[in-house]
Design a protein around this ligand. Structure first.
Ligand code: GLP
Length: 254
């Protein structure tokens, strides 16, 4: 696990974009695992800039998003479909047919989950998975639980998540109570994981993820078992682990 500490959100975003661009230069037909939320927003803006100014090419790439709210139509301004098209897909040359986001209004949710996992598997698996993290250490919409969910599944959102995400909605009552999310097996099978966290309110989640026990109650802690994870933090999100890093360095010196 590599832990990189950026100066601030802008620095984090441009470093994340360079990692994604590097992936595409090395393997133009990469399968990209993508995340939503406020954290990756500026990374997407930077990738759009690289596409427009230096020709970063997405024409052979494929994408799979982590999750979607259940009950929201793709054209709902709060859906992750809308977010991805507004902030990213409509500005780059990733072919529409290669874009995958779980359906928020599936006729048959179990079939939707099975089909989504099958598509990921048929694509050869995810080459690089971008993750944000919830204040409760959720990744995708894998909420703290007594067990890890392996595959794409329906989730009942935590109160903490509903409160955290209410800022995007007109009222907290409008936040969907359920979502569909990629499971931990799919995330853990990604060849590389890029975990992003920005802001003081993520400092505890990051500390628990990296230095606590591996438990479904801290969903992101399972990443301790992944062989290729880059944890890219800004200084505020790293504020709590900084003491651990300093102690480690101290021990190495003594
Ligand atoms: C949301 C998404 C996650 C995201 C997380 C953090 O609920 N389902 O994929 O990583 O919460 O969001 P933000 O980056 O806005 O803090």
């Amino acid at each position: 696990m590599r832990i990189l500490i950026a100066d601030d959100y802008a620095d984090l975003s441009s470093r994340a974009a360079r990692i994604m661009a590097g992936q595409l230069y090395l393997k133009p037909n990469s399968v990209l695992g993508l995340a939503t939320g406020s954290t990756p927003l500026q990374m997407y803006q930077e990738l759009v800039r690289l596409h427009k100014e230096v020709g970063l090419d997405f024409s052979e790439a494929t994408s799979f998003n982590l999750d979607e709210y259940l009950g929201l139509a793709p054209d709902d301004a709060n859906s992750y479909h809308y977010y991805m098209h507004q902030h990213f897909f409509s500005h780059i040359n990733l072919p529409q047919k290669n874009i995958h986001i779980p359906c928020g209004r599936p006729a048959d949710i179990e079939k939707e989950c099975l089909d989504y996992d099958r598509l990921i598997w048929q694509s050869g698996g995810i080459d690089i998975q971008v993750l944000g993290i919830g204040t409760n250490a959720h990744i995708g919409f894998n909420e703290p639980d007594i067990k890890f969910e392996a595959t794409t599944h329906k989730v009942k959102l935590d109160e903490e998540t509903i409160e955290a995400n209410a800022r995007f909605f007109a009222a907290i009552e409008e936040v969907p109570r359920f979502a569909i999310s990629m499971g931990m097996k799919t995330i853990m099978h990604a060849k590389k994981v890029l975990l992003l966290a920005s802001g003081e309110n993520k400092a505890d989640a990051i500390y628990n993820t990296l230095y606590g026990g591996i438990t479904p109650e801290v969903p992101a802690s399972i990443l301790q078992l992944h062989q290729d994870v880059i944890v890219l933090l800004d200084a505020a999100a790293a504020s709590k682990i900084r003491r651990c890093l300093d102690d480690n360095n101290q021990n190495l010196r003594s």
